[in-house]
Design a protein around this ligand. Structure first.
Ligand SMILES: *Cc1c(COP(=O)(O)O)cnc(C)c1O
Length: 387
């Protein structure tokens, strides 16, 4: 879409600085910046380049297609790991562009080895262990069963076992007993693979929360995602600023209409909000199609998701619609159509953040940024000096 009265502005310098901060939190490890889901909504390729400028040595993408897209865009320096695919995935294409592949199931080892024989070079693989999350990954029993096959494929030159990795279920509750338990299962899995003769290049377990709060889990490589974009993975324990992070995305729009209405005027679908006095309404041309969560609608008794207008912090009045939301600007409003409003940004000037929207909608900040709609244009600022 060539013209749209709203946009997401991504501060690439903030992304780079966040990676530097994360590296300082994990001084013994390298940083893999996780750029799945279009870099959490921030734009895959420019965000990846910003993370590399900040010193990330690795990039991680869940879907094979995303990782291939990075390479095709010319991101050729760093190692790139991809970990989520189903039978029939284009693994030969992935290997041809030098991606590292996770192996999380016995069928995956077979398909990766087959693809490597087609491409004619060994596949660098990371064995994914389910240490307790109960999601993707080899159970410890499956790992023990698969290991002889993996070593045989390595001896044949089809694969190279470069990593063992896992993911935590309660990283956002660092004291939760499962964190220790998963660390132990992980240590056992690493020992099993190493004692079988594999020379691991990287062992990795930590997402953003563990990078910031669980140094024991850092190993050789940490895999932060949300924190790269400056959002706290553990808002109950600390804000972005508390962890030295700066939210990179600002979402802003121009008011489409500003108009006076009398007291008692219903606002938006089902009149969930009725003006308590003569007032001025502002129409913001973004709605749930653009990722504004409908759960952050306002009612008569409480304002919805926060909107900053002319230095004032207001909120959504009534229902969030598909393409627009309404803000009660108050009787003395001086705004006019075309004035800028901010839905969320870095919070530096007391303005709203993605975390504030998460709270208003009863969700996590991850969902606020990753669900930003495809039709909202992204622009990147402060990207100088990047490769
Ligand atoms: C998404 C993801 C991460 C990053 O998680 P954050 O909580 O955003 O830091 C790390 N590892 C795996 C396996 C993931 O799927």
């Amino acid at each position: 879409m060539s013209w749209f009265p709203a946009r997401a502005v991504i501060d690439d310098a903030a992304i780079a600085a966040n990676v530097r901060s994360l590296a300082a939190h994990a001084p013994t490890a390298q940083v893999m910046a996780v750029v799945k889901a279009d870099a959490y909504g921030h734009g895959l390729v420019p965000s990846a380049r910003a993370a590399l400028a900040g010193g990330a040595a690795w990039l991680g993408a869940a879907q094979v297609g995303e990782a291939i897209e990075l390479r095709r865009a010319g991101v050729v320096g760093p190692r790139v790991l991809t970990w989520l695919y189903a039978p029939g995935a284009p693994l030969a294409d992935a290997l041809a562009v030098d991606l590292d592949l996770s192996v999380a199931a016995p069928w995956a080892l077979d398909e990766v080895a087959t693809a490597a024989r087609v491409v004619g070079r060994p596949a660098r693989i990371h064995l994914k262990v389910d240490t307790g999350l109960g999601r993707n990954g080899l159970t410890p029993d499956q790992l023990a069963g698969l290991l002889p096959d993996a070593l045989r494929a390595q001896a044949e030159g089809a694969v190279e076992i470069v990593g063992v990795w896992s993911h935590l279920a309660f990283a956002d509750e660092p004291e939760h007993p499962t964190v220790r338990a998963q660390e132990q299962v992980f240590a056992d899995a690493v020992a099993l693979v190493e004692s079988a003769g594999a020379h691991l290049e990287v062992r990795h377990l930590a997402n953003s929360a563990a990078t910031l709060t669980a140094p024991r889990a850092h190993y050789d490589l940490v895999r932060p995602g949300i924190a790269v974009y400056g959002l706290s993975p553990v808002p109950q324990l600390g804000s972005s600023a508390d962890f030295g992070l700066v939210p990179a995305m600002t979402v802003e729009a121009e008011l489409a209409t500003v108009k006076p209405v009398p007291a008692g005027h219903g606002v938006s679908y089902a009149h969930q909000y009725v003006t308590p006095r003569d007032t001025v309404l502002g129409i913001v041309p973004m709605g749930y199609a653009d990722g504004v969560p409908r759960h952050a609608s306002g009612t008569q008794d409480h304002v919805g998701g926060p909107v900053q207008v002319g230095g004032r912090r207001l909120g959504v009045a009534g229902r969030v619609c598909m393409d627009q939301v309404v803000v009660d600007l108050g009787p003395d409003a001086t705004e006019v159509a075309g004035d800028r409003v901010v839905l969320f940004g870095n919070g530096a000037d007391g303005g709203p953040t993605a975390q504030d929207w998460a709270q208003a909608a009863g969700t996590i900040s991850y969902e606020i940024v990753t669900r930003l709609g495809a039709r909202v244009p992204r622009s990147h600022i402060n990207s100088e000096g990047q490769q």
